[in-house]
Design a protein around this ligand. Structure first.
Ligand SMILES: *Cc1c(COP(=O)(O)O)cnc(C)c1O
Length: 484
């Protein structure tokens, strides 16, 4: 660290685990990194694992399993129908959620597929605090309209609101009134991934349930990060402080009719997911589709050993020592980046740290692909991979209830669970400081090739203008102003 910008000393984040197995990683030389970036058209999705020093592309399926989970793989029961591992998994999910019907799937989007076929009607609307992109795609696949009701403060990275993930209740009410009879379901994403992984408060969830009941609409939870959300509620919400995190999670589930989960997040496994619902009829419909698309209801596209590891992972994810450390790591990364002047969304939430790309690259317009500039710069400076993109949301005007389109640029350093240590995080912070220092010289990027579908995975770019050294030193990234 540069001594002019020395970090504020913090209480050490004590790891509630130690290392038993290691995996080598390597930082390629600067020249290699430059060559590699050119070769892959500056799209971080094309980078190879062996060329990445620290991979913060996603926290999905990238966590480390515990020794107990690895041991459980050996006792996994691979019986086709009636597997003992399914029973352990079913009991665990029932205990955690309180729902009767538990349907295993191979990952989150498979659960979205099963549920949306039943709940999203063609021409209907699905309301949400913000839908994750695969959920949105499954709503659209049913010819229904996804509408995101996050509050305007979620766009303000400096607004220190503890629950930026909340539903804007005025928007929710306006949408329910204005589109009466058209709304198929309300989905609460916990934590709210697109709103910088900020949590939803229990109070907000209660008000959502009241409005849903008033209009006769079912409520579902996207539970991929339910444990992080519940933990943040125990840290931030008046009346919830100090409560057992499992009780708080259970209170959220009690306010909904069902949920689905990508267990690749808070399930602490590399693959897996489930749907859990109250309704017998919805469960029957999901199970019939399950047989068609995933597998028999006691394995659902997973091996028995996967279910066994998941049953343990879900309980470990609610362990308070684990959660305290998990969130403290994200805070450490957030605080470190903020202290060196990088514009990040505050306060820290779950899953990772979000960067305000427009403020980091004030000389680049949205058409100049500043997200690509950031991912390229971070890899160039530190061999660190992150992701950046733009989400096209539909929201409502809270007074008129009419639909409005809005873009939400999203650049995230996602932190895998139980994988990286403090020195890794310090390396990321130092690399982001270097990105900030050189940001004013970063070129615009031009799209060279883009396929029609899933463009952000497969597009290729090239720098447009040569890096311009002529910007006066006063014209530094505005992010600097955030220091202090
Ligand atoms: C990852 C994720 C999904 C989709 O799950 P996959 O396991 O990637 O299919 C859905 N919702 C949220 C909030 C997620 O983070």
């Amino acid at each position: 660290m540069n001594d002019k910008r020395e970090r504020i000393p913090r209480e050490p984040v004590r790891e509630p685990y130690r290392t038993k197995v290691v995996e080598s990683i390597r930082l390629p030389s600067r020249a290699e990194r430059e060559r590699l970036l050119r070769g892959i058209g500056y799209n971080p999705f094309y980078l190879k694992s062996q060329d990445i020093y620290i991979d913060l592309l996603t926290d999905s399926g990238t966590g480390a399993m515990s020794d107990t989970q690895w041991a459980a793989l050996m006792v996994g029961d691979e019986t086709y129908a009636g597997s003992r591992s399914y029973d352990d998994f079913e009991q665990t999910v029932r205990d955690i959620t309180g729902y009767d019907h538990i349907v295993p799937v191979h990952q989150g989007r498979a659960g979205e597929h099963l549920v949306m076929q039943s709940i999203a009607r063609p021409g209907g609307i699905v309301l949400s605090n913000t839908l994750f992109d695969t959920t949105r795609a499954h709503v659209e696949y049913r010819d229904a309209l996804p509408v995101d009701l996050l509050a305007d403060i979620a766009w303000d990275f400096d607004e220190p609101h503890p629950f930026k993930g909340n539903f804007d209740l005025d928007k929710l009410q306006a949408a329910l009134e204005n589109h009466r009879g058209r709304v198929s379901a309300i989905v609460a994403t916990l934590v709210n991934n697109l709103a910088c992984s900020s949590p939803v408060s229990l109070e907000n969830m209660r008000r959502v349930r009241e409005l849903a009941d008033r209009f006769g609409v079912p409520v579902f939870i996207d539970a991929s990060r339910f444990a992080e959300n519940a933990w943040l509620v125990t840290q931030r919400e008046a009346g919830q402080r100090g409560r057992p995190v499992a009780d708080v999670a259970r209170d959220f589930f009690a306010l909904a009719d069902g949920c689905w989960m990508s267990a690749k997040k808070d399930g602490l496994v590399n693959i897996g997911g489930f749907v859990a619902v109250r309704s017998d009829q919805l469960a029957d419909e999901c199970r019939q589709r399950l047989v068609l698309f995933e597998g028999f209801p006691t394995y659902g596209g997973l091996a028995g050993r996967d279910l066994q590891a998941l049953a343990i992972g879900l309980r470990e994810a609610l362990d308070e020592d684990y959660l305290r450390h998990r969130v403290a790591q994200i805070e450490y990364l957030h605080d470190g980046m903020r202290e060196v002047g990088v514009p990040v969304s505050t306060p820290a939430g779950g899953s990772g740290v979000y960067v305000d790309v427009a403020r980091l690259y004030p000389h680049l317009t949205p058409e100049d692909n500043p997200g690509i500039a950031l991912t390229a710069d971070l890899y160039l400076h530190g061999g660190v991979r992150m992701s950046a993109g733009v989400f096209h949301l539909t929201t409502v005007d809270p007074t008129s209830g009419t639909l409005v389109n809005r873009d939400f640029p999203c650049a995230r350093l996602a932190l895998p669970r139980r994988v990286y240590g403090r020195a890794h995080l310090d390396h990321v912070i130092a690399s982001m400081r270097d990105v900030l220092d050189g940001a004013h010289k970063s070129p615009a990027y031009r799209l060279v090739t883009a396929p029609r579908v899933l463009a952000h995975f497969f597009a290729r770019f090239e720098p447009v203008a040569p890096p311009s050294d002529h910007l006066p030193p006063g014209n530094q990234p505005r992010g600097r102003a955030m220091r202090g």
